[in-house]
Design a protein around this ligand. Structure first.
Ligand SMILES: *Cc1c(COP(=O)(O)O)cnc(C)c1O
Length: 393
């Protein structure tokens, strides 16, 4: 079954080698280093002439298994696992960008990705231009002579807008820039950016990949030649994933397909329900026919994902009341992609430091609620969300 083309089979059957104990579940290799047989083997391994584990900052059987699974799922040649999603993003930028380079980035990226771009890369003379994800006409103009990378998230957070990956990959290629996609919201089950021509894909494995809110992790995947280049940066700067987290996340990947199917089915049902709700002014969900990019969503995603965004009539105050009401029954926490349904109100929490204008530019309205739809029974999710909407009036 190991050469099966099916995602589900690969997720389950891609496994690290077993020890002489013939264990069925992959053991946890909690070791910081590995032994050499003799001077010649050590020399050959350090010279990259012989494969093998040397030190867990470089590689470890558990992280290697996790990377291998991600690579078969994303259709990548190689990858690198990191301690968090942010270290994956920073590594994917730091390994390829030099002083004097320029990056094109969509305005609606994750908050810490903004901070890296504006506060950290800028210290090293790496400049950037922001573009709106849903306005492709801005993209062409944003590229400069020295543009080395384009960084995007699709679907975006929390507006759930999309960008056409195939079109953007073509544009990046014509400009000689690497296309780097944060695929955290879609997961490799729903969308494989490399197949549309992207060069690199990064994940926060903390979200749907773990899917159970237990561990932090990140991963970068792409062509061999790019990962070889990245390996030098990562080996020496040390953002390595812990073997324990890799062991946990490898098991998480085995259930990714079944979890995502249910997340998506529940999310679509909730989105359809909210579309007909008298207290809701609009609902955004990529697989609702009313989504302005529904056709594109169907082209590049298998299903619509686990997040639903909607706008309450009650505005900012309504959003705060919704949080207070739902915190008792749904989860109110700074995470997403969990078995449990999680609510958030971006205008009063994650995006409260932005000005009203900046919020509008990334599609966040005062009464906007984002729900990471969990794996509870859909009837219960709808009932609890309805109750919270009722109390937000
Ligand atoms: C959470 C998140 C990150 C950061 O991941 P961490 O694992 O928290 O470091 C990056 N991108 C997106 C889209 C995220 O949701």
């Amino acid at each position: 079954m190991n050469d099966s083309k099916h995602f589900e089979t690969q997720a389950v059957r891609t496994q690290a080698e077993r020890t002489q104990n013939r264990e069925h579940s992959v053991p946890l290799y909690l070791t910081s280093s590995f032994m050499f047989e003799d001077a010649e083997q050590a020399r050959a391994m350090f010279a990259d002439e012989e494969p093998g584990n040397i030190y867990s900052r470089f590689s470890n059987p558990n992280t290697s298994e996790f990377i291998e699974k991600i690579c078969v799922m994303e259709g990548a040649e190689d990858g690198w696992a990191t301690a968090t999603g942010m270290s994956a993003i920073f590594t994917s930028m730091g390994a390829f960008l030099s002083s004097g380079d320029h990056i094109v980035i969509c305005r609606s990226v994750f908050g810490s990705t903004h901070q890296i771009t504006t506060q950290i890369l800028s210290k090293w003379g790496i400049t950037h231009t922001y573009v709106d994800i849903d306005k492709p006409e801005q993209w062409e103009e944003a590229f400069e002579e020295n543009t080395k990378m384009c960084f995007i998230e699709t679907p975006s957070n929390p507006g759930l807008d999309l960008i056409d990956l195939e079109w953007l990959a073509g544009l990046c290629k014509s400009k000689g820039a690497l296309l780097n996609v944060d695929n955290c919201f879609a997961t490799p089950y729903l969308q494989q950016p490399l197949k549309f021509g992207a060069d690199l894909v990064v994940h926060s494995a903390t979200k749907f990949i773990d899917g159970q809110g237990r561990v932090l992790g990140g991963v970068i995947a792409g062509r061999q030649e790019l990962i070889d280049q990245l390996r030098f940066f990562a080996r020496h700067t040390g953002p390595a994933m812990s073997p324990f987290n890799a062991w946990t996340l490898s098991k998480s990947l085995e259930t990714l397909a079944v979890r995502m199917d249910r997340h998506c089915d529940n999310a679509l049902a909730l989105a359809k329900h909210l579309e007909n709700h008298s207290e809701v002014t609009f609902v955004k969900y990529p697989f609702l026919p009313s989504h302005p990019q529904h056709e594109l969503a169907k082209k590049q995603m298998k299903k619509g994902g686990g997040l639903v965004t909607f706008e309450l009539k009650g505005g900012l105050e309504g959003g705060r009341k919704f949080l207070d009401a739902s915190a008792k029954t749904l989860s109110f926490t700074a995470n997403l992609g969990d078995t449990r349904t999680i609510v958030s109100h971006p205008a009063s929490t994650t995006h409260s430091k932005l000005t009203e204008e900046e919020r509008q530019a990334v599609g966040i309205t005062a009464g906007m609620i984002r729900i990471s739809v969990g794996l509870e029974h859909i009837d219960d999710i709808i009932a609890e969300v309805d109750k919270a909407i009722e109390q937000s009036k």
